[in-house]
Design a protein around this ligand. Structure first.
Ligand SMILES: Nc1nc2c(ncn2[C@@H]2O[C@H](COP(=O)(O)OP(=O)(O)OP(=O)(O)O)[C@@H](O)[C@H]2O)c(=O)[nH]1
Ligand SMILES: [Mg+2]
Length: 167
């Protein structure tokens, strides 16, 4: 199971709809997804403050977290970072790979990848893009990819990256 998390308005539902547009809808908030050869159920959880309380009810069965950030909404970076940090430090998610998507790069004056990394304190500490062999290492599996879901850009690379760490 893959969880789509992030603040309200980050783009989770838009992403889910993009990924499954050729498949029939099963439930309003969960969809069958294929990443490579693996089939998954993806859950899009609401991002507004009250909805965030149920995120933890899903942690036990999760194979990967896709955490969306609105790269244009710099005013909410601190709030988003707080939620992400809480997820990354949660024992229940300690072995779960995180794909962090900086979304909406189609809007001018949004944060660049470097800026986003800076504000989220993710400079120089993420896993590395491409194929990084993490067997026998205690390195946290997480990486940042910038994307525009509406322009269908960037998130494919991110999913390809995260899929190699899904057991
Ligand atoms: N410009 C731009 N807008 C986007 C992009 N992705 C999503 N949006 C817009 O952002 C708004 C919020 O997107 P949603 O997918 O509803 O956000 P969400 O994360 O599901 O929000 P909650 O359900 O409230 O938690 C919508 O108006 C989308 O059209 C993008 O890549 N670029
Ligand atoms: Mg939504």
């Amino acid at each position: 199971m893959i969880l789509f998390l992030g603040l309200d308005n980050a783009g989770k539902t838009t992403l889910l709809h993009r990924l499954v547009q050729h498949h029939p809808t099963q439930y309003p908030t969960s969809e069958e997804l294929s990443i490579g050869k693996i089939k998954f159920k993806a859950f899009d959880l609401g991002g507004h403050q009250i909805a965030r309380r149920v995120w933890k009810d899903y942690y036990a069965k999760v194979d990967a977290v896709v955490y969306l950030v609105d790269a244009y909404d710099k005013e909410r970076f601190a709030e988003s970072k707080k939620e992400l940090d809480a997820l990354l430090s949660d024992e229940a998610l300690a072995d779960v790979p995180f794909l962090i998507l900086g979304n909406k790069i189609d809007i001018p004056y949004g944060a660049s990848e470097d800026e986003l990394r800076y504000h989220f304190c993710l400079t120089g500490i993420t896993t590395g893009k491409g194929k990084v062999n993490l067997v026998d290492s205690n390195v946290r599996t997480f990486e940042v990819f910038m994307c525009s879901i509406v322009r269908k850009m960037g998130y494919g690379d991110g999913f390809e990256w995260v899929s190699q760490y899904i057991k």
